[in-house]
Design a protein around this ligand. Structure first.
Ligand code: ADP
Ligand code: MG
Length: 284
């Protein structure tokens, strides 16, 4: 029997088997087989990704599995390769000449350009908030939305705490603060409902009042089934994630549930022993 049920209430199921799961509550009795989509199905897999530039290895044989519908964080010190990894997954120019493979939704996207990856439902929110001189807020938010109704626009703006009556007809330009631009950009992501969104340092350059709205959008995206990757070196952003990967010197050095990854911020960059030392001293 084939099932598309997620196994809720049983915790992540991380294997492939045919059979039937029972729990005390009969509602949690589900069948599965190897074709079923589990709560932990991989929407994205990185297989031995290596990227070198100017003789320097920026990403070093990275293997990562990104579970669909979860919020993941990629943490690590400045220069660890976090933004490079996001750019590589998105396929930006200058980040395409990789060894290894990138599997999205079961197929390799290694040879696809940015537009093709975007059409599959991958998106990246850059660290620097968007500024498109001449583009209106409404036009910007609805650009990637399937449903381009006023309701979509109003809901997205309200969700980031911006009054549609005041903001819909404004331009995405320098008259908006960094926090407002970031909120509008995240409203556009909410309207787009991507399969997978990567957010590079979503709280950077953002006023303190805007931060809770950013976190609300992350929760809303998860509620609606999107997969989120937060790229950060901020403990408060890590807290929004279910699971985290620790990068250092372009290598994956640890991964685990969000709670377990806080040691990194407590000065214990396990298994790193080189906080504050130059990259050339890294010996992992
Ligand atoms: P993080 O986002 O973790 O702070 P980055 O991914 O921005 O780190 O940078 C990792 C390393 O890769 C840095 O040493 C940076 O100088 C280098 N790097 C990033 N992009 C390029 C590029 N296009 N060309 C050369 N070096 C790069
Ligand atoms: Mg970065």
């Amino acid at each position: 029997m084939e099932s598309s049920l997620a196994i809720s209430g049983l915790g992540p199921y991380d294997g492939e088997a045919d059979g039937m799961a029972f729990a005390r509550d009969v509602r949690y009795c589900v069948y599965w087989n190897s074709k079923a989509r589990y709560a932990t199905v991989n929407i994205l897999e990185l297989r031995a990704i290596t990227l070198a530039k100017e003789g320097k290895v920026l990403l070093d044989s990275l293997d990562m599995e990104i579970w669909e519908g979860h919020v993941h964080a990629i943490i690590g010190p400045n220069g660890a390769g976090k933004s490079t990894l996001a750019n590589t997954i998105m396929g930006l120019s200058g980040y395409r000449d990789i060894a290894g493979d990138i599997i999205f939704d079961g197929s390799s996207i290694k040879t696809l350009g940015v537009d093709e990856r975007a059409r599959l439902g991958l998106t990246l929110v850059f660290q620097e908030p968007a500024r498109f001189e001449g583009l209106g807020v409404a036009q910007f938010i609805l650009a990637g939305a399937k449903d381009k109704s006023k309701k979509t626009l109003d809901t997205a703006l309200e969700m980031v705490g911006l009054d549609p009556a005041r903001y819909s007809s404004r331009a995405v330009d320098k008259t908006l603060s960094g926090g407002e631009r970031k909120r509008i950009e995240l409203a556009s992501i909410q309207a787009m409902k991507p399969r997978l969104v990567m957010m590079d340092e979503p709280d950077s350059g953002v006023d303190i009042d805007s931060v809770p709205y950013i976190f609300e959008i992350i929760k809303e995206l998860k509620r609606e089934g999107s997969t989120v990757i937060l790229i950060t070196h901020s403990p408060q952003v890590l807290k929004q994630a279910d699971h985290a990967f620790l990068l250092c010197g372009g290598r994956l050095v640890d991964k685990g549930p969000m709670d377990a990854m806080f040691d990194y911020f407590n000065g214990k960059c396990i298994p790193c022993r080189h906080i504050g030392k130059p990259a050339k001293e890294i010996k992992l």
